[in-house]
Design a protein around this ligand. Structure first.
Ligand SMILES: NC(=O)C1=CN([C@@H]2O[C@H](COP(=O)(O)OP(=O)(O)OC[C@H]3O[C@@H](n4cnc5c(N)ncnc54)[C@H](OP(=O)(O)O)[C@@H]3O)[C@@H](O)[C@H]2O)[C@@H](O)CC1
Ligand SMILES: [K+]
Length: 517
């Protein structure tokens, strides 16, 4: 059973299938495993709907072949199954032709009526190129109509009309699935286009252990549990880590407080916000658990509040990026050589100056937590370029920046030169001002509280996972994204840290819930 779940392009997916075939598994066996596992998952999740009939829409390639295997299995288990072949008179591959003949021999009927309760999308998978041709667009339209009248739509491998690599869609010619069952590997595009994929389940088809390369892999609850052991029974506030959060220009102390509270709710023993002098009184009253100090004006104050006090320094929340802020950032980074998290203004102020930032950060655990626009300014790349290369750009920049790069988004990608981790938890409730400050606080706590051998990249990935999970829990409690605030997210951190007990049964290797709107 695969433990690392690679996050792959369409080409990488095909290459992994090819490697399994070359290693002795016939392609037909892979197709049969994919289809059988998909049928079993459909029966497990939607068993009570099967008596309402099943429609299978099959395309001309192997994605259609998977569809024929699903049709035959559900038919054998007693469902009425109607299937249509789109785009050809005969499937174009031997395996798909064989499976279609078997399904028809097993009693699969022709021509879905449009009133089936379960609709299976096997039109296009990883072999799709560009916008769906008219035959595929017409099939997508039929699936839209069925879904609008109450059917559940299950996409095999990839929703038709979604680019498996980029997540580009061709709406309205892209399927909106309730469930996407993706085979062996997690396709990048599904993580970008969560709204089209619905619930995503990665199903094992026996491709074997993923190659141990630098390509992206999915982070999960088990990674967090492995990384962050229980706190020591004999812990005291000193051993649980002291986090100094430097930022909070006038009117922006809230950013540091969100970060401090998140750190304290993630295991840190003490948090100190180091803010503009006029922000100190309000900071002290707003979060009694935190210390508040003014920006240091001399080396003694810098030592007292930051460099000789802290275990981890967060630089950036609400800092501003005028000359004074830049001078403060440089002073802190020169005097403090321990672990740092840099966010927001502390990232942007080094725009076009990545070499300087690399000099300041190299040689210690350092985590940058930009959103795509901040990374675009820092790296001097267009926003489109950052988004198009979101799975790779952090890894490419990490050496110059002297840091692990946590690129926030859907999904969040955390990388250094040696590894890329992908965190796919979260809901749009986290797409608000201050959300990044919460993430930096969690990350800072994890720079203290994690197995000693864990790299900043792994700690950052765990922080992103916890942040997203807290967002999911808070959203569920509020019953939707609207009405959920960061207060709720902070309140859900304790449950997020408790972890996910429920796991889908084998062969589901990972499951990502549908994202509520
Ligand atoms: N490899 C394996 O062993 C395994 C593969 N598996 C399954 O196979 C899937 C990949 O199968 P695949 O490579 O046959 O591609 P698939 O997605 O069916 O599409 C190809 C067909 O679509 C056509 N077409 C292309 N673009 C189009 C467009 N825009 N609009 C309309 N048509 C378009 C294209 O036409 P052509 O380019 O050839 O003219 C061709 O006829 C994969 O997702 C997984 O489900 C699993 O069973 C596990 C083992
Ligand atoms: K499909």
């Amino acid at each position: 059973m695969t433990s690392r779940i690679p996050v792959v392009t369409a080409a990488e997916s095909a290459a992994r299938d090819r490697a399994a075939i070359d290693a002795g598994t016939p392609s037909r066996a892979l197709m049969q495993r994919a289809g059988a596992a998909a049928a079993a998952e459909i029966a497990r999740r939607y068993g009570d709907r099967l008596r309402g009939g099943v429609a299978v829409h099959a395309g001309p390639g192997n994605n259609g072949g998977d569809g024929w295997v699903v049709a035959a299995a559900l038919r054998r288990w007693g469902a009425t199954v109607r299937a249509a072949l789109h785009g050809a008179d005969e499937p174009k591959t031997d395996d798909a032709r064989y499976e279609r003949a078997r399904a028809l021999a097993d009693g699969t009927l022709d021509a879905p009526t449009g009133s089936e309760a379960v609709v299976v999308d096997g039109v296009l998978g990883t072999g799709a190129r560009g916008a769906p041709a008219p035959f595929a667009a017409a099939a997508v339209e039929r699936m839209h109509v069925a879904r609008a009248s109450g059917a559940v739509v299950v996409a095999l491998d990839v929703p038709t009309g979604l680019d498996a690599t980029t997540g580009e869609n061709f709406d309205p010619h892209t399927v909106r699935a309730d469930l996407t069952l993706t085979f062996g590997t997690l396709k990048r595009g599904l993580l970008v286009a969560r709204g089209h994929a619905g619930t995503i389940a990665v199903v094992d088809i026996g491709l074997g252990e993923a190659p141990n390369d630098v390509g992206p892999v999915l982070s999960g609850a088990a990674d967090v549990a492995r990384l962050a052991p229980a706190l020591d029974a004999a812990a005291h506030k000193g051993t649980r880590g002291k986090i100094a959060i430097v930022g909070g220009a006038a009117g922006m102390a809230g950013a540091t407080l969100l970060s401090a509270e998140a750190a304290l709710r993630s295991g840190a023993g003490m948090a100190r916000v180091v803010v503009a002098p006029e922000s100190v009184p309000v900071a002290q009253t707003a979060l009694r658990e935190a210390l508040a100090s003014p920006w240091p004006t001399d080396d003694a104050a810098l030592a007292h509040t930051v460099t000789e006090w802290a275990d981890v320094v967060v630089l950036g929340p609400g800092l501003g990026r005028d000359d004074a802020a830049r001078a403060l950032a440089e002073r802190v980074l020169a005097a403090w050589r321990g672990p740092v998290v840099l966010d927001a203004d502390a990232v942007t102020m080094f725009a076009g100056d990545t070499a300087r930032l690399g000099t300041l950060l190299r040689g210690r655990p350092a985590l940058l937590t930009p959103h795509p626009l901040e990374l675009s300014r820092l790296a001097g790349l267009s926003l489109d370029e950052i988004l198009a290369r979101r799975f790779d750009v952090g890894r490419e920049l990490a050496a110059t920046l002297g840091a692990s790069v946590l690129l926030k988004g859907v999904p969040t990608v955390i990388s250094d030169e040696h590894a890329t981790l992908v965190s796919a938890t979260g809901t749009p409730a986290l797409a608000t001002a201050g959300s990044g400050d919460v993430l930096t606080g969690i990350a800072a706590a994890l720079l203290v509280h994690a197995n000693a051998d864990a790299r900043a990249t792994e700690r950052g990935a765990a922080a992103a996972w916890i942040h997203g999970r807290a967002g999911e829990i808070a959203t569920a409690r509020r019953g939707g994204v609207r009405g959920t605030t960061l207060r709720d997210v902070l309140g859900a951190l304790s449950d997020a840290w408790r972890g996910d007990a429920a796991r889908a049964p084998y062969p589901v290797l990972a499951e990502l819930p549908a994202v509520p709107g």
